[in-house]
Write a protein that binds this ligand. Sequence first.
Ligand SMILES: Cc1ncc(COP(=O)(O)O)c(C=O)c1O
Length: 371
Amino acid sequence: MQVPFLNPSAQVAALREELVRAVTSVLDDGRFILGPNVAALEKEVAAVAGAAFGVGVNSGSDALTLALRALDVGPGDEVITTPFTYIAPAESVVQVGARLVFADIDRRTFTLDAADVARRVTSRTKAIIPVHLFGQAAPLGPLLELARARGIRVVEDCAQAIGAAWEGRPLGGIGDIGCVSFYPTKNLGAAGDGGMCVTQDEALARKLRMLRVHGIERRYYHDLHGYNSRLDEMQAAVLRVKLPHLGAWTRRRGEVASRYDVGLAGLPLELPVVAPGNTSCWHVYAVQLDDRDGLKAHLERNGVPTLIYYPLPLHLQQCYAGDGWKEGDFPVAERVSRRILPLPMYPELTNEQVDHVVGCIRDYLMPGSGG
Ligand SMILES: Cc1ncc(COP(=O)(O)O)c(C=O)c1O
């Protein structure tokens, strides 16, 4: 049996007619950028994220950069984030000219270790970017408390966490600005790049709207140094077809996670942990074990290719080589990078496919145990 690691085209196949109709109507309409679909999607995604306003931009990466700009983060400021994530949040800090500060992660949830964040706060700390990694919230309780006490802004990286919640509140509208990605393999994926900032604050929303179009409110009058970071109508139309299904897809991801939990129980590996108060949207289901590479190769031989998120923590990446970080600086992130193995996770996975993955893992770790 073959089990693709990701399968975005399965979702397209299921919604093909509706998608073609939506895209065709954009072609016929002729408004290709920031039109009615973007405006409607902004309201719809803001509602899912529990926020008052949405501002569509052209990627999750840009959403982070524009969020920092909207909060006036720049040279002389420090921003704390995690070294165990996709690089975009770190890049956004560098792009606005602020100093990038990492804090280590929790070994069970993979999200920021709030105590380590607190240790790294200085008088220059202007913002924290908690990444809601793999679909569950970073420890927002202590991070928000710290931020409030020290006047620090919070930018939630929700790229992997649309549809997830903390203490019953949807992620995105909790911090100052939430940043969503519509990269095709995300839980709500476009047919290309796309992203959105969400916020409760009307003034921030207004500034974000200016920043995404070269700093203008009136055409050809540039009040801010801005960007070209607009969401296009084709992507918005595709996303609006998909959005009504997000709840059902998230529930199915939860079922797949439970099936993995049950099937893998008792094996010598660590299963992912959802922290109390968190409702995960299961963007990624990742196990940990010392013999990660051996199991990865075994799965590959049995029709289950996998991809490691993330094989090298950010502080050890070549692009930061001049910045003084070294091996051992963030030991938890480094250990997790060596031991982590994400398993196939998407709503279209069948129970048979999940059972095949479980069987292969049982077979490798406990030969003769029924795999
Ligand atoms: C945690 C995280 N932040 C930000 C991004 C950036 O999003 P995009 O690819 O839409 O620029 C991604 C993913 O791609 C991500 O996983």
